[in-house]
Design a protein around this ligand. Structure first.
Ligand SMILES: C[S@@+](CC[C@H](N)C(=O)[O-])C[C@H]1O[C@@H](n2cnc3c(N)ncnc32)[C@H](O)[C@@H]1O
Length: 249
């Protein structure tokens, strides 16, 4: 297995593949006026194993197209939605979020938790906007500086990993110059990182290493993940995932 396949193996049994929680998804949803007289068309882009897809399906009336690049994650979501009797509301689509086969103005709501970074914030917004109706909503979470001044060490780290990291006001400006009116912003609490993402992930390290017979590459995947967790513990006052809710105007 290569490193990507190992990462998929490590994550595919996880409920969440990044920081977030059901409470965060519901909080973001509260800012969106949901029509009661018709069903919504929703896309969840970079859905992973679909924790937020399930929350959306349970809390709004409509059809959700859950998109991810990796079939292993979508298979997990399909298992969960069958188990929960939600297959009528959720359909999966295996494709890249920058090559979406949707029509112009097809969706009422585009959702994406911790995934737009794969194609970049601004380029994702520009591409996805086409598929939203005028007056439709975009709700997404994206890595964000939450302090005005940061130690150089963490700035350098993030500029290497994801140079588009910025403050919420910078991200909101990008939304505005691309035809969105900002509706709400909040950032995820440390519990959404640790209790809902890092702790469950950490619990799987031993079984993952056993499964991969402690290969050098499997050990590297675990060490890199531990390092990411240490960076977070050390610098959690400086960055988080910001949740942005905006309306297409
Ligand atoms: C950090 S995970 C977040 C997953 C999920 N939204 C969650 O919060 O649990 C990012 C997701 O983006 C998916 N992804 C990566 N590149 C992609 C692409 N080009 N198109 C669609 N999905 C992609 C990954 O497979 C992964 O499921």
């Amino acid at each position: 297995m290569n490193e990507l396949e190992l990462l998929i193996t490590l994550h595919k049994n996880s409920d969440r593949l990044g920081p977030g929680s059901e409470a965060d998804t519901l909080k973001a949803l509260e800012f969106i006026p949901l029509p009661q007289d018709r069903k919504l068309k929703v896309a969840d882009l970079g859905c992973g194993t679909g924790a937020q897809t399930i929350t959306l399906a349970r809390n709004l009336s409509g059809q959700i197209t859950a998109v991810d690049l990796f079939p292993a994650f979508l298979d997990e979501l399909t298992k969960k939605s069958k188990h929960l009797g939600l297959t009528n509301q959720i359909n999966t689509l295996c494709t890249s979020m920058d090559e979406l086969p949707f029509g112009n103005g097809e969706f009422d709501l585009i959702w994406s938790e911790g995934a737009i970074y794969n194609i970049g914030f601004e380029s994702g917004i520009k591409h996805w906007k086409n598929f939203l109706k005028t007056g439709g909503y975009l709700a997404l979470s994206e890595i964000t500086w939450i302090s005005p001044v940061r130690p150089k060490e963490i700035e350098d780290y993030w500029h290497q990993v994801y140079p588009e990291i910025a403050t919420a006001s910078d991200k909101i400006r990008i939304l505005e110059r691309n035809g969105f009116s900002p509706v709400a912003y909040f950032y995820l609490s440390p519990e959404s990182w640790t209790n809902h993402y890092y702790k469950p992930l950490e619990k799987r390290f031993a079984a993952f290493l056993d499964q991969l017979a402690h290969s050098e590459l499997a050990k590297k995947v675990v060490e890199d993940t531990k390092m990411e967790m240490e960076w977070y513990q050390k610098y959690k006052d400086h960055y988080s995932y910001g949740f942005y809710i905006a309306k297409k105007i």
